[in-house]
Ligand binder design. Structure first.
Ligand code: NAX
Length: 326
């Protein structure tokens, strides 16, 4: 057996936290030969509920699960962590403007970035799930002086997986037939599920679908899937979000399938004319513990317009939190 790795999860008593902790402890993240320690982080009022999660984790007697820390203290929670899932965030409440939401979350992700920078292992990898995920990730990044930009990413994998499964369903194929979908941009309704380079069993997706369906049904359904789930379940996506977070981190660390690419929110280096220093979703391949942006795709006019639209939204979000970006 390998020595355990330490994984921190914020918002661990919440919906997604509750779903992801058990899957990680069961070995779904790094496989059946990788023991794990879990550092579960919550706000003070949620610590009693978190204690219940800890009891259940212990009751599973997971062979791979070693130490469990449950805490509201960030220095303790991020101490020596190798992998971090930043899931807990401030939800939008009635009457709250986007600016208020961004500021409220800034108050969370700034100290978390600082605490990760001060306490986590040097090679820590951080995935931000809590919304607005891309801009929260940017705030965390700007407040983590000891981390390199490539160590913090934001989650677009749920959107990516949704885009794959909805296309597969439409064409009557299995999701594994679908390759090279990108969901560009922000985790919001400006995200762009792009089928220009996508293939299904080797055939161009563009030749299998009707452009009208693509632009007027499919895109909107992917973009608004979160709302569709809330309508049906009376609660937001939790198991699928946890699953996507595991997919994202696993691929980042162990490598993504090399016959396709995945979508990840990362700090823009200016590829595809996306302004630098925005957390923006690009197509990437992951290998040897790193991700590499696919930079050579030709984009048609429609794709370019959609990519720029989401970029504009992220620039506005960044402007709203500029006081938090050091
Ligand atoms: P819940 O409200 O069920 O749980 C959030 C938990 O975070 C709560 O237990 C709360 O006490 C805790 N929390 C709040 N502030 C905290 C802080 N400063 N430190 C530690 N914990 C804190 O929400 P849940 O359904 O689990 O969703 C979590 C976040 O994921 C939300 O922001 C949600 O919008 C976002 N999502 C992001 C997705 C993505 O694709 N990027 C998809 C799923 C999800 O909607």
């Amino acid at each position: 057996m390998k020595p355990p790795v330490t994984i921190a999860i914020t918002g661990a008593a919440g919906n997604i936290g509750y779903a992801i902790a058990f899957r990680i402890a069961a070995g779904d993240l790094f496989g059946p030969d990788q023991p794990v320690n879990l550092n579960l982080i919550e706000i003070e009022p949620a610590l009693p509920a978190l204690e219940g999660v800890v009891m259940e984790l212990r009751d599973c007697a997971f062979p791979l699960l070693h130490d469990i820390v449950a805490t509201a203290d960030l220095d303790t929670g991020f101490g020596n962590t190798d992998y971090v899932f930043l899931i807990g965030s401030r939800p939008r409440t009635k009457g709250m403007e986007r600016q208020d939401l961004l500021s409220a979350n800034g108050a969370i992700f700034k100290p978390q970035g600082q605490a990760i920078s001060a306490n986590a292992s040097k090679d820590v990898r951080v995935l931000v799930v809590g919304n607005p995920a891309n801009t929260n990730a940017l705030i965390a990044l700007h407040n983590s002086p000891n981390l390199q930009p490539h160590q913090i990413t934001s989650m677009m994998r749920l959107d990516h997986n949704r885009a794959i499964s909805m296309l597969a369903e439409k064409i009557g194929k299995h999701s594994t037939s679908v390759k090279n979908i990108t969901v560009w941009g922000n985790h919001s309704i400006t995200q762009f599920p792009d089928l220009q380079h996508c293939t299904v069993d080797g055939e161009a997706a563009y030749s299998l679908i009707d452009q009208d369906w693509y632009k007027h049904e499919y895109m909107g359904r992917v973009q608004k899937r979160g709302a569709e789930i809330i309508e049906a379940r009376g609660a937001s996506s939790a198991a699928s979000a946890a699953s996507a977070a595991i997919d994202h981190m696993r691929d980042w660390v162990l490598g993504s399938p090399q016959d396709s690419w995945v979508s990840m929110g990362l700090c823009s280096a200016g590829d595809y004319n996306v302004e630098k220093d925005l957390m923006y979703s690009f197509p990437v391949n992951c290998k040897n513990g790193n991700y590499e942006t696919i930079t050579n795709l030709e984009l048609n006019e429609f794709s370019q317009e959609m990519i720029a639209l989401s970029e504009q939204e992220l620039i506005k979000e960044r402007d709203m939190v500029k006081d938090l970006l050091s």
